[in-house]
Design a protein around this ligand. Sequence first.
Ligand SMILES: [Cu+2]
Length: 157
Amino acid sequence: MRGEAVPPFVPVPNRGMITLSIMLANIMQGLDNTILNVALPHIQGSLSASLDQIAWALTSYIVCCAIMMPLTGWLAGRFGIKYVFLVSVASFTVASGTQVTIVNDGPSTHTWTSDSGAWDSGALAPGSTYAHTFSTPGTFGFRCSIHPVMQGSVTVS
Ligand SMILES: [Cu+2]
């Protein structure tokens, strides 16, 4: 580097938007780091898991981070920083899944039952909610098992 001329300043188009997108991706990563710790007791309760069993969720997350950190540098050198960044954000968004929450705001009890048996809310009293996360794209039919006339479908793209 000694003796080389400093390259002239080249203005970067959309510098603000580029900065903002990188900041948002960093915030997303930071949230992802902490959200599992916050959600762990709730996940443990939902799965009726012991402390040893649920600790594996954190252990596997840490192992994945340990694998991906050095790999990111290699991938960025091989494919380019911009491409690796875009693929990372896109795959994170897809892998996060789409959660649908159904609210029974009617006066009678209903169920939200999948036609394929993938989910079943059980009896939903008026005012109660039920959430299901769709991890694969497709169209999923559902019905109310109390009132079989009530049918519908959810399309996940
Ligand atoms: Cu019903």
